[in-house]
Design a protein around this ligand. Structure first.
Ligand code: OXD
Length: 301
């Protein structure tokens, strides 16, 4: 996990599994000793030297950072993190953003600065469309229906989720999003979903819609968004993920009045929950039991 302090994870893993022999990259000792690797944004080509690795475990829900590397060990299974904390935080974030917009809290912040007393009705629009109906997407859908929103969702393959109108396949993307007041991208980043939020996508949106991207920066065509905002489809965007992170200081998104930015913080991996899940899967591997949350290398999620 280059650039990231892995000491907290090291300590948490040691507490969870005191018997573990843990090496922290780049001090890995003998490469052939290593059978389980935990990664986040590793340098491409680095994993292929571990000939005995059986599991490559993502230190997060996404695995696109692993597939960026075309030189992965042949027989290793890739796993992703699935835990309640990640889903819960995402539900809080998305519902927070939507309710904030609906109650116009951003406007009132500005009025306050100008000592301006100006009550306005809450913003209309109750339709939310989720792009991506995996584990976290379904949790978010449930939260939003509980809050009284009308929720629809779009995914690659057909899904049946109570209280959610579902669509699937590229041919139905337009139908899924055309009535939405809020569009939330929670898709995995794969060759099929890269740049899915492009010019033609924005043309399908309702005027005044709000885009929330909590998937990956690679889903979004950044120039297309800037043009689309000028046309009001969408009228606002809340972005948590970017092609380059941290977002460079001179990037136009920082100062755009219709863009709200958060620093890839919508849902942060909880160290002790992650250590438990990683150790549990490590034991599964050691005991020859099925691994939890394996990734399909064809689908890449
Ligand atoms: C993740 C993330 O994939 O933090 O878990 O983006």
């Amino acid at each position: 996990m280059p650039g990231r302090d892995s000491d907290d994870l090291f300590q948490a893993l040691k507490r969870t599994g005191p018997d573990l022999d843990i090496r922290v990259w780049p001090d890995c000792g003998k490469e052939e000793d290593i059978d389980y690797i935990i990664v986040w944004n590793h340098p491409a080509g680095e994993l292929s030297r571990f000939a005995n690795v059986k599991v490559i475990a993502s230190f997060g829900a996404g695995v696109d950072h692993i597939f960026r590397d075309s030189d992965l060990p042949q027989n290793a299974v890739i796993t992703r993190l699935v835990d309640e904390h990640l889903g819960r935080q995402m539900c809080d974030y998305v519902s927070g953003v939507i309710l904030n917009q609906r109650c116009r809290l951003g406007d009132y912040r500005e009025y306050q600065a100008a000592t301006h007393w100006f009550p306005k009705a809450a913003r209309a629009g109750n339709n939310v469309c989720l792009l991506g109906l995996g584990h976290i997407g379904q949790q978010v859908a449930h939260r939003l229906t509980t809050l009284g929103f009308t929720v629809s969702g779009w995914s690659r393959t057909a899904k049946n989720i109570s209280n959610v109108t579902t669509f699937h396949g590229m041919d139905n993307l337009k139908k899924a999003v055309c009535d939405a007041d809020y569009i939330i991208c929670l898709l995995p980043l794969t060759p099929q979903t890269e740049n899915i939020l492009d010019k033609s996508f924005f043309r399908q949106l309702k005027k005044g819609a709000c885009l929330i991207n909590v998937g990956r920066g690679g889903h979004l065509d950044e120039n297309a968004l800037l043009e689309a905002l000028a046309d009001g489809r969408p009228a606002t965007a809340c972005l948590d993920v970017f092609r380059t992170e941290p977002l460079p200081p001179d990037h136009p998104f920082w100062r755009h009045p219709a863009i709200f930015i958060t620093p890839h913080s919508a849902s942060l991996t909880d160290i002790s929950a992650a250590a438990n899940a990683l150790y549990h899967n490590y034991l599964n591997m050691k005991k020859g039991r099925p691994l939890l949350n394996p990734v399909d290398p064809e689908k890449r999620y």
